[in-house]
Each structure stands twice: as C-alpha cells, then as structure tokens.
Ligand binder design. Structure first.
Ligand code: P61
Length: 462
C-alpha cells in the first residue's frame, strides 16, 4: 500500500512577546474615513485601519535583541559608540569601508544625487523608484529606464525581472556619452516591478559593461537580502551559499550603495550611505552635516543606530528571510484560488494586484489601482497602496501624465508583524471585491501636489 504523504508545514522562527491592539471598524465608519481621506489610503488615520499593508517601511517588529540594544543608546552628539557598532556591521555585511548614517533612505538618495549628478546628466536605472528618481531629477538628471521589457509585463514569469537590458544600457552610453552618465542606479529587488530581483549573472554583466566605459555602478540595497534569497533559490551555483555571502558578493560589484534601513534592517527609522570610493565619502561626510546632522549620527538617535547595527545581523538569517517571503507567497497562492489577477512571479516584500485585469472596464485615467485600494479598505479595513498612474506622476519636461504599463495595488507585508490569519482575512476581502468588481466606477483627481503626488493627492468618486 502506498504510503500517505504527510504534509510538513514550516512556521516563523520567532514567537510573539508583545502585542499592539488593532480594531475593526464598521463599513459606515470606513466610508466616512476614506471619503475624508480623499480616497487616498496614504491619508487615512492609522486608527481607522485594521490590517495595515500600506508598506513594510519602518513598520516592522523589532526583536528582543534590537530592543535591548535601544537601551544601550549612547546619545553623545559626537562619536557615539552605537555609530561605531553600526559602522563595523556596515563593513561586515555590505563590505563597504566608508559610511555615513542618514535619517532614512531618501536622505541618502538626496546626498548621493547632489554629490554625483550635474545638470544635463542621465541616470539609467532598472525601473524608477519614486523618491530615487525625484532626487535624481531635482539634481538635474534625466532618468532613463533600462530594465528588461519583461519587467513591464505583469504576467511574465521571468525569474529575474529586475535585470538590466544590456543593449538598452549600451545604446544609451553610446548615444549620450559615458561622461554624461555619473552612475547606473540599480535596485534589487525592483519595488515598482513587483519586488522582482536581478540575477548575479546580470549584475556581473552590467559591471563589465559599465567598467568598460568607465561608468560607476551604485546600488539601492534597501531590500538586498530579498534579492540574495531569490538568487539562492533560482540561480545555479548559489544554492548552498548563505544570504550573507551572496549579499557580500553582490555588493562587491558596486562603487557604493544606499539603504532605507526601514526595510531589510527591521527598524522603524534610519538610512545608510556606504561606499568604497574615498572621494565620494569625503563629500558625503561634508554634506551630511548640512542636511542631516553630524557624520556620527546623521539625523538619528544613538539608540536607533544600535537597533540598525543589530538589524544587520538579523537580516541575513536565512530563516528570517524565508519566513518573510514565505508569507508573501502564501498570500499569493491563496489569492490565486479566487482567480484574482496578480503580478508574477510573487515578489519579495508584497503581493501586487494587477488592477488593469482586475478592473478591465476602467480606463487608466479613472485611476483603477487607486480605486481598487480604496474599495479593499472599504470592504475590510485592509490598507494597500496604489502603484500605477498616480505614483508615476507627470513627465518633468512635458508636464503630461505618464501612463505606466503596470497599474497595480501593492499589499505589503511588514516583517514579523502579521499572522497567517491576518492574511486569510486579507485574501477573503480581496476576493469579495473581485467578485463585486463591476460596481467599481473609478475616481477623479481633485487635488494634486507638485512632488510625489501619490502621497497627498485627493480624489472624488465618479
Ligand atoms: C515603500 F509609496 N520605500 O516601499 P525611505 N528605495 C527603495 C524604497 O523602497 C524606498 C526608498 C528607497 C517605501 C516608502 C515609500 O513612493 C513611495 O526610507 C527601493 O522611505 O526614504 C522606500 O526610502 C526610500 C513609499 C517611499 C512610497 C516612496 O513603502
């Protein structure tokens, strides 16, 4: 008789020691809240949110080891011991000798853009990120997307949709000249593509190409451990390497990197600018005191830097990354059971709903993803985020709306925060909205801020 296969589940490598109450609201309360928020989930008060999947940025649960470190904050204006602990770990895990702390990721983006870019320059990158591109543009550059075409196709299952298209990159270098390209901006995984990684092979090829032309290569390492995890799972030759070893190898090809510590490092605030380039470092050390604070705190408290230093040690633990990405995958597999249209492959930090296929009756001018995010909130109090035409903004030259191919709602998982039951509730809500999708009529934008409009724009129902 054939043996019965017994299912073996896995679970998170931690247990819960402290809890924060959340409350369910009524449909009437949510109708009022989202109307007052102008149908923008960024403008909701968190007290009106049940399960908060807006972002994984600064919303993570720290470990007891990190909280213990918070008590060891050395709040000296200059030379805090926590700064040196953090610097040691930046060297150890990213392999970069030089480092300045910043208060969060975009502050590091601000510094690096100001240091490296001259007006009239071009920055090629593997798809834009909102704050990254804005800082590059404010410094006078034009951002050029050189990601592979597959990344713009929601259903394409390419395992490394974060890869750079070498032909696109070389064509740009030949067209504008290497002197006009201060660096290539490479993120991994690529947030706006659905949390999609690049392969080590692609990184090595990009490195050879940029080296040939004397162009620098910089890394947005905000969620680099997730990229390392996908390399371990999907790329030949990396199966038995540790996350730490893969991360270190990735970083070895870059001249420098920036990090929003609010993600991989599992802290609530913090940023990193690290480099092997002494000249860039000297400039960064000069500029950080203008915009952030002394170079040994960069806008952070000593305790924040200690939590970051300890977060670096935890972020490379395989079981932590596996549980985090495993949760995202669980959500995706459950949604598939209801035929909800998704972005494939499932990403590292979030499940992305494909609003174009979810709401095929809505033109992009009616803000399908924005509408969908607000409808999910209305149904259950689950908060996601628009990643489509509103996020993409206007072309800085023509002032016209950009129409990105991807029109998505992101359901993002804070690390170590929600349980499988929270995911089940989320899935059931999305499935309900999917069943009732024909009733959704779209939105009209009634207020549009100048920069990063998605954060504060307001809408009315059609
Ligand atoms: C997020 F809607 N991400 O994903 P800061 N690089 C990368 C990021 O993901 C990132 C930053 C740099 C956020 C917060 C956020 O359009 C938005 O520490 C790959 O947030 O300054 C941030 O790091 C910037 C949400 C940012 C957004 C911009 O939820």
């Amino acid at each position: 008789m054939a043996k019965k296969i017994i299912k073996r589940s896995w679970a998170e490598p931690f247990k819960i020691k402290m809890v924060e109450p959340i409350s369910m609201t009524s449909r009437e309360e949510r109708e009022k809240a989202i109307r007052e928020a102008g149908y923008n989930t960024f403008l909701l008060k968190s007290k009106d949110v049940y399960i908060d999947l807006l972002t994984d940025s600064g919303t993570n649960a720290m470990s007891d080891y990190q909280w213990a470190g918070m008590m060891l904050g050395d709040e000296a204006y200059a030379g805090s011991r926590n700064f040196y602990n953090l610097w040691d770990n930046v060297k150890k895990f990213y392999g970069m000798p030089y480092f300045v702390p910043t208060h969060q990721g975009r502050a590091a983006e601000h510094l690096i853009s100001k240091i490296m870019i001259k007006p009239g320059d071009y920055i090629p990158g593997n798809m834009y990120f909102t704050t990254t591109r804005l800082h590059q543009e404010l410094a006078g550059a034009t951002f050029i997307d050189v990601i592979i075409n597959e990344a713009h196709e929601a259903q394409n299952t390419h395992p490394f949709k974060g890869n750079i298209d070498l032909n696109k990159l070389e064509a740009l270098i030949k067209k504008v000249g290497a002197k006009k390209i201060p660096y290539v901006s490479m993120a991994g995984p690529v947030n706006m593509a659905g949390g999609q990684p690049f392969s080590m092979k692609n990184l090595k090829d990009v490195y050879s190409l940029t080296n040939k032309y004397g162009v620098k290569l910089w890394f947005d390492a905000t969620r680099a451990t997730e990229n390392a995890y996908f390399i371990k799972l999907r790329e030949k030759g990396y199966e038995s390497k540790t996350i730490a070893a893969i991360l270190k190898e990735m970083c070895s090809y870059y001249d420098g990197l920036w990090v929003s510590a609010k993600k991989d490092l599992m802290v609530n605030i913090g940023g990193i600018l690290a480099t092997r380039n002494k000249k860039v470092y000297e400039e960064a050390r000069n500029m950080v005191v203008v915009y952030e604070g002394l170079h040994t705190y960069g806008g952070l408290a000593g305790r924040d830097m200690e939590a970051m230093a300890r977060g670096l040690e935890e972020m490379v633990l395989f079981d932590n990354v596996k549980a985090r990405i495993g949760q995202v995958e669980y959500c995706g597999r459950e949604l598939e059971k209801y035929n909800v249209p998704l972005v494939y492959p499932f990403g590292g930090h979030a499940i992305f709903l494909d609003a174009k296929r979810f709401l095929p009756h809505l033109k992009q001018d009616l803000f399908p993803a924005q509408s969908l995010a607000s409808e999910i909130y209305l149904d259950s109090g689950v908060r996601g985020m628009e990643r489509g035409i509103v996020s993409s903004g206007r072309d800085p030259q023509t002032g016209k709306n950009q129409y990105p191919k991807l029109e998505l709602v992101r359901l993002t998982f804070p690390r170590r925060v929600y349980t499988q039951a929270h995911i089940d509730v989320t899935v059931e809500s999305v499935a309900q909205v999917f069943q009732d999708r024909k009733k959704i009529k779209g939105l009209k934008m009634v207020y549009e801020p100048k920069y990063l409009r998605f954060f504060q724009a307001k809408f009315k129902k059609i």
